[in-house]
Ligand binder design. Sequence first.
Ligand code: F0G
Length: 454
Amino acid sequence: MKAKAFQQCIIPSCGETYDLHALRTACEKCGNLMDVRYASKPSPTLKEVFDERRNHRGDIFNESGVWRFRELINFPGVDCDDYDAYSNILVSLDGAEGRTKPFHLTRVAEYVGMRSENLWLQFEGDNPTGSFKDNGMATAFTHAKMLGVKRVACASTGNTSSSAAAFAANEGIEAIVFMGEGKIAQGKLAQTLDYGARVIQIRGDFDDAMKWVKELVTRKGLYVVNSLNAFRLEGQKTMMYRLLAYLKWRMPDWIVFPGGNLGNTSAFGKAFKELYDWGWIKKKPRMAVVNAEGANTFYKLFTELGVTWNGGRVDDDIIDSYYTDLEQQGRKAKTKASAIEILQPVNLKKALRTLEYTDGVVVQASDKEMLDARAIVGRNGFGCELASAATIAGIKQLVSEERIQPDETVVGILTGHMLKDPDTIIQYHLSPGNTFSNTPHVVANDLQSILAIL
Ligand code: F0G
């Protein structure tokens, strides 16, 4: 009998399959990325079940915005109606991950030139460790637990490491984290240290750290929890399930989000492809991925150099020569949005596949555009970290270029919490020249001086 879930190389002409329990980040035959594949087609009647689970009745796996959708990511093959069976296997931060939903923000809508009712923003910073990563760690750690793993590793710009460290602490697993020294925001470093991960700061950047992690996976058999891990991406699909369930399965026209290592791009595309193939949806939204200008490999390759998925026949020569040029020029990623300061995204091919499935686009945003966009989210009484504001800057650009039409609906994903990086926010406000700066008044410690400024 064919297993209910298995792993498969993403390249159709290879298509090599592997057992669910293999620890694998690349195909043995052709070296490409892996997908988690399901043999069965979940029934659309589950839409009602997902709704009912929002009244969780004390079940943390119904509370969890990831495991509420367990039938759609059921690689462990659990009986989804039997609490004793699934609670033994599924990993959760006590049901706290993925409890997010989309909001309307009037000032942001005005800023990007859209009608408020057409723009939704989903705050993934509301996750327990303050970023969308908790969605994916719930599933990656479930797979790690199935394999009896005692040690996980990742490279990180800070959010992956925070989330991995928190899940590892909860599961009694050791987490080893590689990061570029001075390349991560203070809040993220604080979390990663405090949750007890072993932190290795290398004198390099994220791309260097990722290279070492890949090497160590092969040499030491470390279990990697970066988005190279196909099981992590299964959890990240639930961001799309949540917004669809919230919108009562009415399909938005666009989903807009930042692109760094391109894990979300890959996961979101897979989510919609599967729902479409299962007959749950008739239409797919278009994906718009926003790169930081100083970390714009995806933009360069897709938008400028015309590299596409091409049914799985990606032009590797263009990609190779792009990377050779980068190396020869000694170019490194450079942006204030440190979360997405990445020039060699590991999920590049899966992300190209998503663009093909969804008629997607890639745009880029400057640091100034992201800083102003971030400040506007703050002005709306919410907040997000700088990389997340790439979403707002991207929407603004697409609206002004009339690629997003006035009557279209857009969901933007805000990926991380504003308090991850307070330094960037304070610096912005301390500089009166910035468009939305809010500089504090410093006054003498007496009533006259205080009254004088009011
Ligand atoms: N937004 C935030 C806040 C992030 O932390 C990241 C990635 C992204 C967007 C990009 O997402 O990789 O799926 O394209 N952060 C990783 C980390 C690299 O190590 O925390 P992606």
